[in-house]
Write a protein that binds this ligand. Structure first.
Ligand SMILES: [Cu+2]
Length: 119
């Protein structure tokens, strides 16, 4: 009886340790992907992607326009300057410095909408 219990313990320990490295690898690889996309907005097929981003005050946001048409980021509240992005190009803009929720749209395509959350 005792030998059987001992053998079970050893085999389960080996199984567990065999599983751990692959799980750790998956957990470690996730934050890298998230960080790259966090401060950027891609415009493709007349849509902002992501349509909502959360950034810290004053963060530099990279905007990439993949479309063949010019787009813009115009805040619904007019206190901020709009940002225009030429077709197939990339530009940068600074996020507002006061915490809050800022809705924006494209001046040429009013159905294109997005939100920047400063926190
Ligand atoms: Cu547009």
């Amino acid at each position: 009886m005792k030998i059987t219990t001992f053998l079970l313990l050893i085999s389960s320990t080996i199984l567990l340790s065999g599983c751990l490295p692959s799980q750790t690898g998956r957990i470690l690889s996730n934050p890298v992907t998230t960080n790259i996309e966090e401060n950027s907005i891609q415009i493709k097929n007349f849509a902002y992607n992501p349509s909502e981003i959360k950034v810290k005050p004053g963060t530099k946001i990279t905007i990439t326009n993949e479309d063949d048409e010019a787009h813009s980021i115009v805040y619904d509240s007019t206190e901020f300057d709009p940002t225009f992005i030429d077709p197939k190009s990339k530009t940068e803009m600074n996020a507002p410095i006061s915490p809050g929720t800022y809705k924006f749209h494209c001046d040429k395509h009013l159905y294109m909408t997005g939100t920047i959350i400063i926190q």
